[in-house]
Write a protein that binds this ligand. Sequence first.
Ligand code: ADP
Length: 317
Amino acid sequence: RTPMNAILGFAELLRRGWQNNPQDTRRHLDTILGSGRHLLALINDILDLSKVEAGRLEVERVPCAVHAVVHEVADIMRLRANEKGVRLLVRCPEALPANVLTDAGRVRQIITNLIGNALKFTLQGQVTVTLRMVASEGAADTTSRLAIDIADTGIGIPADKLDAIFEPFVQAEASTTRQFGGTGLGLAISRRFARALGGDVTVSSTPGQGSTFHVTLDVGPLEGVDWLSPESLVAVTREQSRQDDVHWQFDAGCVLVVDDGAENRELVRLVLESAGLTVVEAHDGAMALDVVAREVPDLVLMDVNMPVMDGYTATRL
Ligand code: ADP
């Protein structure tokens, strides 16, 4: 409930105009934003875990450039690493398949959790993420696995806690929440995701020296797959991050935003207008049809669940 208290408390404070100057306003807004993100992460974790527990976890297996996913996550996390003065490195010492069959979204969540933990529990030194292909342990078969090791030089984990930390809501020390925050859900979720992808998450650690979390993923058959050398892996990643920097601006265009949430419509309107587009709004599917009868927009952003007429029906009509 802590982030919710901060969101409500500071929003109320701003509404009453109790802040003293623009810097205070800005700081309070940052707190609200940060707490909102934290709360969203928490809600996502809890929903993910209940989905797993209810046996409703679905994973997909489509071609995915795992090394690019890992680099993307690391680029985002590097901000936090820099703030703490901890180095964050990604290494691909050997060639890797350009694409493997797995679930990019789930892999991203696993890696985000593990790098996040490594940074959280490391006060100095470095976090190194290493990707390589390994032969399956199941001796006879020739399928291979992708192994991702996340090694840190942090506080480490006592030997008698190495199993328990993978249970939901378990942390190594009673003082962990107070000192580092967190809920004890990240590892439970990461392990379940990895197992759903035919792999696992395990750990080895020396208290006071650091921990290494080992992720393996079963990545399907590799016949006919292109392999990338360590050098070209670096090049591919550079290209990727350049594309992410693009700031969109449109010459003209009309977008119809269909959503029953007034706040959602207002937010989307502000974002699209700042990119040079004009926006028409509708609060349900039926109203969207009325709008389209009068003028044809260049693009429709259609919500799914709405009163009067839902997004699927409106889109079909
Ligand atoms: P949270 O990080 O929210 O507490 P996790 O399930 O991700 O939840 O982790 C459970 C516990 O495992 C942590 O509270 C911490 O005690 C321990 N732990 C996880 N990763 C590390 C790490 N890299 N170094 C030291 N301890 C760790």
